[in-house]
Write a new protein. Structure first.
Length: 136
């Protein structure tokens, strides 16, 4: 699998606008992109911190995965995303080592990335996302 770097850290928030204001005023970061990811029922905002990004996630649906996460655990770190060179082989390698996949096949994520999630019960409680740039 060999991740190349931490692509981003996803943080679940109740109110995206309030969270953006906090990250800009308290940390001096600049939000460079806001995007809705309809199939994930979420609206995202991105900040760069060196080579890594912070992705804030707000649910657009009370039954969406982010809303359910916040209801169960409160606001906070939702997932860590590792960049890989080629997602399908990385998924197969993870599966072959006994990691349970949430996504058997890559799907479209924010910022044009292909993404897939690994189940936290297989990764010591951490929801893990693997991603690559979609192959054209």
């Amino acid at each position: 699998m060999a991740p190349t770097h931490i692509e981003h850290i996803g943080i679940a928030v109740r109110n995206l606008d309030e969270a953006i204001t906090l990250y800009e005023s308290a940390y001096g970061l600049k939000c460079y992109r806001v995007e809705e990811v309809k199939d994930q029922k979420a609206k995202t905002a991105f900040f760069r911190v060196g080579a890594t990004k912070i992705e804030l996630l707000e649910s657009t649906d009370p039954e969406g995965p982010i809303a359910k996460f916040i209801e169960k655990r409160g606001e906070g770190i939702h997932h860590i995303a590792f960049a890989v060179a080629d997602l399908p082989p990385a998924l197969q390698q993870a599966k072959s080592t006994g990691i349970r996949l949430i996504d058997e096949e890559p799907r479209q994520g924010a910022e044009g990335l292909r993404i897939a999630f690994l189940h936290p019960k297989s990764t010591h409680g951490v929801l893990t996302e693997l991603c690559d740039h979609a192959k054209g």
